[in-house]
Design a protein around this ligand. Structure first.
Ligand SMILES: NC(=O)c1ccc[n+]([C@@H]2O[C@H](COP(=O)([O-])OP(=O)(O)OC[C@H]3O[C@@H](n4cnc5c(N)ncnc54)[C@H](O)[C@@H]3O)[C@@H](O)[C@H]2O)c1
Length: 246
């Protein structure tokens, strides 16, 4: 395999599980030096010795500084930031408390913005700076019971577009990957306990399956590399055609 990211440095958040873990591994396989960040130490340990790790809770304002410090000292700079960590603030409208909203907004929207802002000095030093945010098909559509999650995922796509417009003149490329239904820590319980949910998504998906984390990590690695140099401000739906049909 060619190593398209040889010599690059990368941060991937939410890398202890699911899409983030697949992304960290793919970036490392492509030759990048990766700092994997998550609040779950156990999952980070499973990434192996080739990937540097940092336990940090992105809902804690102090975490941003600790991640930047670790990038400076352990990576020596930054070319690629993958804002992947996310939570699923769910509930029917009548049950969506302010706390659920604030938690979702903090992790899914504010943390990616704050981390991107804090990493800008390092990204400005890179000749190939990339920010890849992880949205969702719910950055475009809406589902019942997911008003807060849907709003945060619309928000991260908006952040992507505005940041791409502002940072493009500096050569910093910003995109958003929008996964469909993927088997990860966020969804495993549902898919393992609800054959109806599996049936629904596999039937609706024109490729006829639930996605794997690598289906998304591979696209993130593409967007992080030189081949994607002229793509910016885009939301890229990666859902096996789940949302293709009317
Ligand atoms: N799985 C899907 O079907 C699907 C679909 C669309 C979008 N997404 C998005 O993909 C991203 C990755 O989720 P996933 O599906 O791999 O789920 P996951 O639960 O397997 O992974 C999410 C990771 O983020 C970490 N995390 C959560 N809050 C954090 C915080 N405050 N600080 C640090 N780390 C934190 C978790 O510990 C976990 O390791 C999320 O942004 C999610 O919204 C997932």
């Amino acid at each position: 395999m060619s190593r398209t990211l040889e010599g690059r440095t990368a941060i991937a958040t939410g890398a202890a599980s699911g899409i983030g873990a697949a992304t960290a591994k793919r970036l490392a396989a492509e030759g990048a030096t990766v700092l994997a960040v998550d609040l779950a130490a156990e999952g980070l340990d499973a990434l192996g010795d080739d990937i540097a790790t940092l336990v940090a809770d992105l809902s804690d304002p102090a975490a941003i500084d600790s991640i930047v410090d670790a990038a400076e000292t352990r990576l020596g700079g930054l070319d690629i930031l993958v804002n992947n960590a996310g939570v699923l603030p769910a509930g029917a409208i009548d049950e969506l408390t302010d706390e659920i909203w604030e938690f979702g907004i903090t992790v899914n929207m504010l943390a990616p913005f704050k981390l991107s802002r804090a990493c800008l000095p390092m990204l400005r030093q890179s000749g190939a700076a990339r920010i890849v945010n992880v949205g969702s098909i719910l950055s475009r559509y809406g589902d019942p019971g997911l008003t807060a999650y849907t709003a945060t995922k619309h928000g991260i796509l908006g952040i992507t577009r505005a940041m791409a417009a502002e940072l493009g003149p500096e050569g910093i490329v910003v995109n958003c990957v929008q996964p469909g239904a993927i088997m990860t820590g966020m969804t495993r319980d549902t898919f393992e306990t609800s054959p109806e949910a599996v049936e629904h998504y596999t039937t609706k998906c024109v490729l006829g399956r639930i996605g794997e984390p690598e289906d998304i990590g591979d696209v993130i690695a593409f967007l992080a590399g030189d081949d994607a140099r002229f793509i910016t401000g885009q939301g890229i739906i990666v859902d096996g055609g789940l949302t293709l049909r009317s």
